[in-house]
Design a protein around this ligand. Structure first.
Ligand code: HAM
Length: 424
């Protein structure tokens, strides 16, 4: 059983499905190019402390969801649960802030969280994330919202919504924390064990606890928007002004706080009506204190991560992104013996020119070979018969219109030209 089933919460992406992922990756690269983001790849695991410090040790991710292990050198390492803290670590370590700012970087790859699996929620999932470091301009926050919307739109996705909030800076948060503690303290008995523990250490975390009884208490909690300092309030209103100018629709959600501790000021989430309870297809925000928290210079930053598995689900539910199924440029049909040897030679030469070529391996009947060529959606079939071979010729059949022509086998240019012209 264990040998034939994958671990819970993981997925295989098989041929027929992977094409959608490839198309998405292509679109991701296109949209990143348009916005000036360059790819950065970080390791799949990092020192555990990076996430404890970066994401916050009272968050659900750090308290309950990390895949942490001790390696043979007795170091505590963690499979990355997200990409922002690793990217900031790489930014500092590689001194990427020494050039022109802001620097814009993106990443694409698997993340790991020990969550309760369900549709759209996995233990290994792929994120495409992007981060811009070195500017506090509210227009950059708006670009971080516009970029994923452009991606969703270019994939043909409809029915998505942007939720927006500001959670202020450390200064606004002092008053807000006190207000939250005062609100939750008398109701502490109704909170889950984790939230009781977080009540004094980080009361903001009580607002995104997934336990129902905690959510019932949190629903009337004071709102951060009432505690924003004038700089944060101004930043937030400029974000909204630019969004309006660019005609980007959003809904203000004063209860949106996000589940990671590094956020400051603008936070946003995009939800899709195509998904059930796991409807966030991406989320992000500003994190002006993280670079410094991780040992770098004070550097404002903003970013976003798209949940690619959820995007694929939403697109599939809408019947979008049907991959174009391509087949071999040519299928070589032979009669065994010398004709098979010639087929092997031709296949070798054409593959060396980058063409997808298939040939029969089991010495099957011509009928079976033609059937196989059809099943694979081959664009051409080249029939290498014994008599034709003696004259260094073979018959090439165009499978879309049935037209046949004779092609020489002693030089491959004419054949390459014809089958290469419609190879996808
Ligand atoms: P996050 O909200 O934890 O933010 O994750 C971003 C997106 O990743 C979610 O909206 C969702 O689409 C997807 N996602 C998260 N967990 C799972 C899961 N278990 N299964 C499938 N998809 C999942 C972050 O990770 C931040 N680093 C985003 C960010 C970048 N903020 C600033 N820059």
């Amino acid at each position: 059983m264990a040998l034939t089933s994958r671990p819970r919460g993981t997925n295989d992406i098989i041929p027929g499905e992977i094409e959608l992922w490839h198309e998405l990756e292509e679109k991701i690269r296109q949209v990143c190019h348009a916005y000036g983001y360059k790819e950065l790849r970080t390791p799949m695991f990092e020192h555990t402390e990076l996430f404890q410090r970066g994401i916050g040790d009272t968050t659900d991710i750090v308290e309950k969801e990390m895949y942490t292990f001790v390696d043979r050198g007795k170091r505590s390492l963690t499979l990355r649960p997200e990409g922002t803290a690793p990217l900031v670590r790489a930014y500092i370590e590689n001194n990427l802030g020494s050039g022109a700012l802001p620097i814009k970087l993106f990443y694409y790859g698997p993340m790991f969280r020990y969550e309760r699996p369900q549709a759209g929620r996995y233990r290994q999932f792929v994120q495409f994330g992007f981060e811009a470091l070195g500017s506090s301009d509210p227009l950059l926050d708006v670009e971080a919202i516009a970029l994923p919307l452009e991606l969703y739109r270019s994939c043909g996705l409809s029915g998505f919504e942007v939720e927006l909030n500001s959670i202020g800076c450390a200064e606004c948060r002092t008053g807000y924390r006190n207000a939250l503690t005062a609100y939750f303290e008398p109701q502490a008995a109704k909170l889950c064990g984790s939230c009781q523990g977080r009540l004094h250490r980080n009361p903001l975390r009580l607002l995104d606890c997934k336990v129902e009884s905690c959510q019932a208490v949190a629903k009337d909690a004071p709102l951060i928007t009432e505690y924003l300092c004038s700089d944060c309030a101004d930043h937030f209103s400029q974000v909204q002004k630019y969004l309006d100018k660019l005609d980007i629709r959003y809904t203000l959600n004063p209860r949106l706080v996000r589940g990671l501790d590094y956020y400051t000021r603008t936070v946003f989430e995009v939800t899709s009506s195509e998904l059930g309870s796991q409807n966030a297809i991406g989320a992000g925000g500003r994190y002006d204190g993280l670079v410094q928290e991780l040992g770098g210079k004070e550097t404002p930053a903003v970013g976003f991560a798209v949940g690619v598995d959820r995007l694929v689900l939403a697109l599939r539910n809408q019947g979008k992104l049907q991959p174009s199924i391509s087949g071999p440029a040519v299928y070589l049909v032979h009669f065994g013996g010398e004709t098979k040897e010639k087929a092997a030679e031709i296949a070798h030469a054409l593959r060396g020119r980058g063409l997808w070529v298939e040939l029969d391996l089991g010495d099957r009947s011509i009928k079976a070979q033609m059937k196989a060529a059809n099943r694979l959606n081959s664009q051409y079939v080249l029939v290498i018969g014994e008599e034709e071979l003696s004259q260094n010729q073979a018959v090439l059949r165009n499978m879309s219109d049935g037209q046949e022509e004779s092609v020489p086998l002693d030089e491959l240019e004419p054949l390459t030209k014809i089958v290469g012209a419609c190879a996808k």
